[in-house]
Design a protein around this ligand. Structure first.
Ligand code: ADP
Length: 547
């Protein structure tokens, strides 16, 4: 700890709340820039909506949501239409203020007309969500699962999930929502911070009783009743990977603005808290993602009325200590150094063939003889180094005894890139975000200016007789104005087109250009087209540069 300020560079920086230090030029930081903003209720809902539009059916683990106030009329209309077509439909909705936590300001409603518009909504935007009425109950109580997920790296994407998690229980027996019980928070909300104040909260030293238990103890119980626990885990892994993929485009925009590529800066990792609700049929549903999950391993105990003492919480300790220990293990700079000394030649082997290929293609197209000769010599040198690296890598390095041998077996399990192939089609949004980032121009921004958007249209050759540059300008102005009027924070109301607005414009262009019935096919075709035109332009510029 550096209470008086930090003087020396560190290997690992462990920040309490968020990435906030612009004076870090090396090492690893435990927070990503922009993570807090990215997982806020509204931003998460928007990211999920984009994915639900692109990949219908693949993101139904997130409850149907509307953003208030901007989608209030859509919400009212959709509910009315559905009620008209199905009079037996008696839904309940949960209203959650944006940026809130620990159940703060949350309430349940039966009818859109019950949204508390006075005062709070205009100043405090919120998400209204379909209330999941049939959660799995244990001992008649509703509970949710807090799972810890380590985002070890954004580029390349590396995700780990903790095998153990926490189950947080309500303290009143659950009943499906009725007008009479809507206000009973101890029955409907699983937040520890709320239920701790109920007289029924049970602190237990055992992991399988009380108001906070380990996830494995619940799994054990389910498995003894014949539930397919393996399937449940695979559904949870899929939920986590898909959610992180939905969040990465926004994160990459923040990342490049705070840590520009090619300049000295730290790398980032972050422990996230995923809140998941299990349905009666064991389908996991995502409630929210926490950028700053509590890592406390003690709780307050009331010894006598009004007298509190902080005491260790064995359940928290069992789960959280392992998560932090494994995170440090994975980002251990010493481990990286040891690994690098073994792997450097493998790195050569992977990189050189790719470089040679493009180099050879470039040389073949060269007109200037002297240049061609020089480039061929360089290519030969690369081949020689490749050969030497190959020989050297065949000699196995001496393996020093790993200091990890003494540690308990890891609780963090890698799920990405391990299962990457099943999810690679979802990275389409990432590719659209890469196009956006490419045209941001001046580093340090997160919004695209009108010139950047025009350059994007021009360089990708998207304007034609049906879509003039003037039409592109109008598209930019229309979409940007609308998104900026919906901005949540003051600073995000700064001029320019944010990523979500760019996505909307991109989808709009894809709809105009292609006739295919599926949105993701159109977006995929347009992405390919833009990528290939930009690559051609890049090659052309290289040749001009060489000439
Ligand atoms: P907060 O950040 O304030 O904790 P959450 O989104 O986690 O907000 O919601 C608080 C609690 O409300 C959750 O722990 C869960 O018990 C309950 N909850 C939230 N969303 C839903 C939903 N869609 N259906 C049923 N219960 C929900």
């Amino acid at each position: 700890q550096f209470p008086l300020g930090r003087r020396l560079p560190c290997d690992i920086y462990w920040h309490g709340v968020s990435f906030h230090d612009n004076n870090i030029f090396s090492g690893q930081v435990n927070k990503f820039p922009g993570m807090t903003e990215t997982v806020r209720k509204i931003t998460l809902s928007r990211a999920m909506k984009t994915m639900q539009d692109l990949f219908p059916g693949e993101f139904n683990f997130y409850p149907q949501s509307w953003i208030l106030p901007e989608e209030l009329s859509v919400f009212v209309e959709e509910v009315r239409t559905r009620k008209d077509s199905d009079p037996s439909w008696k839904p309940t909705f949960i209203v959650k203020p944006d940026g809130g936590c620990q159940g703060d300001g949350i309430y349940l409603i039966k009818d859109p007309g019950d949204i508390r518009l006075t005062g709070s909504i205009p100043s405090r935007p919120a998400v209204v969500q379909e209330y999941l009425r049939q959660p799995l109950l244990v001992d008649e109580l509703k509970f949710d699962i807090r799972l810890y997920v380590l985002l070890k790296s954004l580029e390349p994407l590396e995700i780990y999930i903790a095998k153990e998690g926490l189950c947080r229980f309500c303290t009143e027996p659950y009943q499906e929502p009725t007008v009479k019980n809507l206000h009973q928070v101890f029955m409907h909300l699983t937040n520890y911070s709320l239920n701790i104040h109920s007289g029924n909260f049970i602190h237990s030293d055992s992991v399988n009783t009380g108001s906070k238990r380990t996830f494995s103890s619940i799994l054990c119980r389910l498995s003894s009743k014949g539930a397919d626990v393996k399937r449940l885990w695979s559904d949870i892994i899929s939920l986590v990977i898909k959610t992180v993929i939905a969040l990465t485009p926004e994160l990459k925009v923040y990342y490049q603005s705070d840590i520009p590529a090619g300049k000295p800066g730290p790398t980032c990792f972050q422990i996230l808290g995923f809140d998941i609700l299990l349905m009666q049929d064991l389908t996991p549903m995502l409630l929210e993602v926490n950028a700053n999950p509590s890592m406390r391993i003690e709780h307050e105990k009331e010894l006598s009325p009004g007298v509190f003492q902080t005491v260790p919480s064995p359940v928290d300790e069992e789960v959280k200590v392992a998560v932090i220990r494994d995170t440090l293990r994975l980002v251990d700079p010493q481990k990286k150094k040891r690994k690098d000394s073994h792997l450097s030649f493998h790195t050569y082997l992977l990189i050189f063939p790719a470089q040679l290929q493009s180099l050879h293609a470039g040389i073949a197209g060269m007109k200037d003889k002297q240049h061609k000769h020089h480039s061929l010599k360089l290519s030969l040198k690369l081949c020689q180094s490749l050969e030497q690296a190959r020989e050297a890598s065949e000699e196995p390095p001496a393996t020093p005894r790993s200091p990890e041998a003494a540690l308990p077996s890891p609780c963090l399990k890698q799920v990405f890139p391990k299962y990457a192939t099943q999810f690679s089609h979802l990275l389409l949004v990432d590719r659209v975000a890469s196009l956006f980032i490419r045209f941001l121009g001046v580093r340090g921004t997160t919004k695209l200016g009108p010139t950047g958007f025009r350059t994007f249209i021009r360089n990708c050759r998207l304007s034609n007789s049906n879509f003039s540059m003037a039409a592109a300008d109008i598209l930019y102005i229309d979409i940007t104005r609308r998104w900026n009027s919906m901005a949540i924070e003051k600073e995000s109301g700064s001029p320019g087109m944010c990523l979500q607005a760019f996505m909307e414009a991109f989808f709009c262009l894809a709809e105009k250009k292609y006739k295919s019935p599926k949105l993701h096919e159109k977006v995929s075709l347009l992405t390919q087209l833009c990528e290939s035109r930009l690559a051609a332009l890049h090659r052309k510029r290289l040749v001009w540069g060489c000439g």
